[in-house]
Each structure stands twice: as structure tokens, then as C-alpha cells.
Design a protein around this ligand. Structure first.
Ligand code: GCB
Length: 598
């Protein structure tokens, strides 16, 4: 699936705007024929989650089905073309009808899917697109859902959140990313994959393209551009429906955070002189490896400094917004960050595109957060693999993506299965599946304190990622004791597994405007102090490859006595104003991108 683009052969119409919406709390919509079209005087903004924008209509905490509808007309120019509907993501299950006929369905939020609708849009004007969106999660889905019985089984009645959620972010629903109509020529590119490498000063770019069946035997032309200069080219006839080509770039400008240089790969599908299809892809040439205790970018050690983030903003929920992405990236630059993790799910395509352009190093995470190994089924495993396949297919061409994170904190409920045979087998399969899809990037899996040093993540990860809250959930206030504990734990992990370590989460909930002259949880000083202590420990351990603070900004969670509406561990508040810690971090990270003292 190629990201939609306008060019001489392809056209895109963005369906963002007001959509009709009808809530189906009693699940009667299917039976009553809503797939033919709905009547409703409620409208919702797309892209966005339904929750905050429609809280007045009772949708803030809604879990269930909601029907969306949009009318559209196709330009005459599109006649005879192949027409595809592309959803950036739907949380979490979508069933799609066009003019009353089923176009298809998709399970799993946070990732795009497309459906061909050429035969369903025969009408000249006023086609009706209807989408049933359902945000119910279960033991079989990625992420998993949680029930009252699960809480009881773990003697955790009091931990129940509202709405129920198996993770610490709000269980929004809706269509949070753009929906696009795409017209393609019948003979077209269906996939493009690039892999890059370095030999001395020469950049190597290997590409694989696939085309539609009816384009077999056509000619492929590949041109690589550096601004307006052509630096390499390739031409060959297709062997069946695919082709592999290589381009060499002497004196290459390698991609890195300091110099995020992008070349432009222009692919053409030709029949003699006739252009059948074309596609342009920005590519950064770079190499990422783990060697010994180091993470190497283009052969040089790199230290990750940044955050775990979330897609979350007032009113939008998880809704995509161009200015919000720009604002966040400007704040990341301002504070001196060079990287972030897409905790705890893949982010919008456009975020990844801007990361390429602005030179951020991204750990790209699949939505397998807080997996409960007691409850995983064969279906969970296959959904998990499916999500990884979709993620890697979507993101493998981004130079910014330097590692895959195959989940987050499995076993956080303390179930024994997380560290015994069942857990080991589960993760072995997941890591193997990931490596088969892409062996050009390291793979990791952030762990929680509950699974101790037995977590199977340590066996399979190329670098270890640990989320730790010494000084917050464990050993609060006694900062020195907490720091000793952290140090001992990291040393123990290194000694046992001999792999470099990223501190992938640490932090403290902080209410902006709260101050104290003594260590007091929730104050701005406490957050700064705790983060500073972690920095000291990190600096004292040579095998550390990075520090990701939890979290970039405050974000909404399900309701629970532990959270005051938001998780307040943001270094910026939900509106993106800095807390005191932002200045402490900025002092360190702007020291030439190095750990202090190194
Ligand atoms: C974690 C989780 C993250 C939570 C965070 C917290 O370990 O990975 O999703 O939000 O702790 O603040 O408790």
C-alpha cells in the first residue's frame, strides 16, 4: 500500500470535514439497514476521535458502535480509473459500505487500510460512504481489552478504570486520521520498498517495486534526484510483476539528525514512451546497527535523547492535526531531543514523514501494550503478527525509523505466564516474525519492573529497553535510595544479558504551578530532581544508549483514582506549555547532543 500522492497519473481527494454520525448503542444498525445510509442531525469532525468533540451528547466515555456517513461525487476525469478508499486509521474495527454495498472491513486501530471501490461507485453524483466504527477491545485484539472478570481474577477490583482499559491512555474511538479517495491508472505500482547501506563514501540504495498484474513486462525507470540534480538512474524491463534495482550514490550525503538529507526517488512505469504510472519517494541513505554496547548510526555511536509520546490533544483526542505535529516537533527541537518512541501504537503517516524531514530517530511501536500473557490466544498472536506486518510494510522506507518496538510492558499484571514457557514462546514467534519482515533494524521490547530480570524481552531484544519508576511508584521521595536501586538493576541486567540499554521511560506526575522547597511529589521541582537523578545514573553507566523521558506532554487517561483526568508526567502540559523540568532537560540536551560530561 503506497501513501496517496497527486502526480501526473494519480489523484487524491481528501474527505476530511463534517461527517454525519449516528450512535448505535443497542447494535441495531445492521438489522435496520443503516448500511444503506443514515439519517441524523449530528455531525462529527473527521479526522478526530468522537469523545471530546461530542461529550455533550454522551460520547465522552462511549465504547461501542458508531456509524459515520459522507456523501461524495467523483470528477468526470476519474472515469475508467481504479478507485481506492484509504483510511489513515479507524479505532478499532471498521466495516465500510459504498452505495449500500459492502466494500470491506478492517480490524485494528492505528494503522491504515485501503479498499478498492471501483465497481461500487457507478453513480454520477452523490455516492454514499457509510462506516460502522466499533471501539470494543477483547483478549484477542491488539491492544487487548479488559473485563470486570479479569480484574476479579487478579484480585484487582479497585483498579478498574472507566471506561475499562488495559493501558494508561484514553480508549478513544472514531476516525482519527484522514480518509482519502484515490484514483489510480489501471497499470500501476502496488508497492515500493527501499533499503539503504554505506560503502565508504558511497551510498547504496536497493529498491524493490511491485506492479499490478496487467503491467507485467512493462519498463521501469528509476531516477534519483538530489534537489534538481540527477545523481543515479536505472532502467529495466519487469520480470513478471516485480523488479529489484540498485543505485549507487558516490560522495553521498548520509541522513542523520544533524543533516537529515533526503534524496528523491522518482519511479516511472513505462510502455515504450507512454507513462503508465509514476511515484515519488523521499529517501534518506543511512545505516543503523547495534555493535557491542553501542548503537551506531552511519558507523558512529549515537545516544538517544527524547521522549515517549502520545497522539493526544484537547477536543481532537487522537485526531490528526498538521499544526499540532509541527508544534510538537518544534518543541522537540527546542528542548534538544533527537528521538522519540511512538508509544504505544503507530502514529499517523504524516508524523513519520516529518520525522524524516526534521531528522528524528524513531522507535516505531506496534499497539501491543500491556499484553496479558495469561489471556493471549492464537488469535491474539495472529492479530499481533498482522499489526507488525502492516506497520513494517507502511514504515520500512522511513530513514527516521531506527528500531521496531514489538510491544510495551507485557506482564504488567504480574501473571506468571509472562516469564515462563508461554511468554517465552509467544515472544520468540513475534521477534522471529519481525526479523523475517525486516532484518535491517534492531528490535526491542520495553519492559516493566513486575517481570524482573526474567522477562523474555531481554533474550530476544537487540538492545534492552526498560521503563522504570524508582522514585515514583517504587521508593517514592527517597531519591538516593531510588537511584541506587536503579543503578543496581541496570548493572544486573547488563551483566546478565551483555546488551546495551535504553531507559525507555522514567518520570513523575507533575502539576504545573505546584512548588516546594523540599522533595514533594507532584511539584515541578520533584519532577526536575527525579529526572536529574536519572541523568546522573545514566552518565555513570557506559552501556547506556539513551534516555527517553515519560512523557513529552500530559495526556488523557481512562478515569481512575490514580489519575487526575490526565497522566501528568508530561514535561509539557497538554496544551504544550513547558514545566520547570523542560529547562533542566534543555540545558543537558543542548550540550552538543551529548550526555553531560561525555
Ligand atoms: C508505564 C507505561 C505507560 C504509563 C506509565 C505511567 O510504564 O508504559 O503507558 O503511562 O508507565 O505513567 O504509569
Amino acid at each position: 500500500m503506497l501513501y496517496p500522492q497527486n502526480n501526473r497519473c494519480r489523484t487524491v481527494i481528501d474527505l476530511s470535514g463534517f461527517w454525519d454520525l449516528k450512535v448505535d448503542a443497542s447494535e441495531c444498525g445492521l438489522e435496520e439497514g443503516w448500511s444503506e445510509g443514515i439519517t441524523s442531525d449530528i455531525c462529527a469532525g473527521v479526522p478526530a476521535s468522537w469523545n471530546e468533540q461530542l461529550s455533550e451528547l454522551g460520547l465522552m466515555n462511549y465504547i461501542g458502535s458508531v456509524w459515520y456517513q459522507k456523501h461524495f461525487t467523483l470528477p468526470n476525469l476519474w472515469k475508467g480509473q481504479k478507485i481506492v478508499l484509504r483510511f489513515g486509521s479507524v479505532d478499532h474495527h471498521a466495516t465500510v459500505w459504498v452505495n449500500g454495498r459492502l466494500a470491506g472491513e478492517h480490524q485494528g486501530g492505528f494503522l491504515p487500510f485501503e479498499l478498492e471501490i471501483t465497481d461500487l461507485v457507478q453513480k454520477e453524483i452523490d455516492n454514499v460512504l457509510v462506516v460502522r466504527v466499533n471501539n470494543v477491545l477483547s483478549h484477542d485484539t491488539i491492544p487487548q481489552g479488559v473485563t470486570k472478570d479479569d480484574y476479579a481474577a487478579f484480585n484487582k477490583e479497585r483498579d478498574q478504570t472507566f471506561p475499562p482499559a488495559n493501558f494508561d491512555f484514553f480508549p478513544y474511538g472514531g476516525i482519527p486520521r484522514p480518509v482519502k479517495l484515490v484514483a489510480l491508472p489501471h497499470q500501476h505500482f502496488t508497492a515500493v520498498q527501499v533499503e539503504t547501506g554505506i560503502r565508504d563514501r558511497t551510498g547504496q540504495l536497493r529498491f524493490t517495486v511491485a506492479v499490478s498484474d496487467d503491467a507485467q513486462g512493462a519498463l521501469i525507470e528509476a531516477l534519483l534526484w538530489d534537489d534538481d540534480q540527477q545523481v543515479a538512474s536505472y532502467e529495466d524491463a519487469l520480470d513478471g510483476c516485480s523488479c529489484i534495482g540498485e543505485l549507487q550514490v558516490p560522495d553521498c550525503r548520509f541522513w542523520s539528525p544533524d543533516s537529515p538529507h533526503l534524496y528523491r526517488l522518482h519511479l516511472k512505469l513505462m510502455d515504450g514512451d507512454a507513462l503508465l504510472d509514476e511515484y515519488r519517494l523521499e529517501v534518506g541513505i543511512r545505516e543503523i546497527t547495534v555493535q557491542g554496547d553501542e548503537l551506531l548510526l552511519n558507523g558512529k555511536p549515537i545516544f538517544l535523547q527524547g521522549f515517549g509520546k502520545h497522539e493526544d490533544f484537547p477536543v481532537l483526542g487522537k485526531g490528526f492535526s498538521y499544526p499540532l505535529v509541527v508544534k510538537d516537533f518544534q518543541l522537540l527541537k527546542w528542548i534538544g531531543a533527537n528521538s522519540f518512541r511512538t508509544s504505544h501504537y503507530p502514529y499517523a503517516d504524516e508524523i513519520m514523514q516529518l520525522a524524516d524531514r526534521m531528522g528524528f530517530l524513531v522507535i516505531d511501536e506496534v499497539p501491543a501494550v500491556s499484553l496479558n500473557l495469561k489471556y493471549v490466544t492464537d488469535k491474539t498472536l495472529s492479530q499481533h503478527k498482522q499489526a507488525l506486518t502492516e506497520l513494517i510494510t507502511r514504515d520500512r522506507n522511513h530513514p527516521s525509523v531506527i528500531a521496531w518496538s514489538v510491544g510495551n510492558e507485557a506482564g504488567v499484571w504480574g501473571e506468571p505466564e509472562a516469564v515462563t514457557e508461554k511468554g517465552i514462546r509467544y515472544w520468540e514467534e513475534i521477534f522471529q516474525h519481525t526479523r523475517e519482515l525486516d532484518n535491517s533494524r534492531p528490535i526491542t521490547l520495553p519492559t516493566c519492573v513486575q517481570t524482573g530480570d526474567e522477562d523474555p524481552a531481554y533474550l530476544y531484544s537487540d538492545f534492552i529497553s526498560v521503563n522504570r519508576y524508582w522514585g515514583w511508584y517504587e521508593i517514592p521521595v527517597k531519591m538516593n535510595e531510588a537511584a541506587d536501586q536503579l543503578k543496581a538493576e541496570l548493572e544486573g541486567l547488563y551483566e546478565r544479558y551483555q546488551k546495551p540499554i535504553l531507559l525507555s521511560e522514567f518520570g513523575a506526575d507533575t502539576i504545573e504551578g505546584q512548588h516546594a522547597t523540599y522533595p514533594q511529589m507532584f511539584t515541578e521541582e520533584y519532577q526536575s530532581l527525579l529526572i536529574g537523578k536519572y541523568f546522573e545514573i545514566i552518565d555513570s553507566l557506559p552501556f547506556m544508549i539513551g534516555e527517553h523521558i515519560w512523557n513529552f506532554a500530559d495526556f488523557r487517561t481512562a478515569q481512575h483514582h490514580r489519575r487526575i483526568i490526565l497522566n501528568k508526567k508530561g514535561v509539557f502540559n497538554r496544551q504544550r506549555d513547558p514545566k520547570l523540568a523542560a529547562f533542566v532537560i534543555r540545558d543537558r540536551w543542548r550540550l552538543n547532543g551529548k550526555k553531560s560530561g561525555s
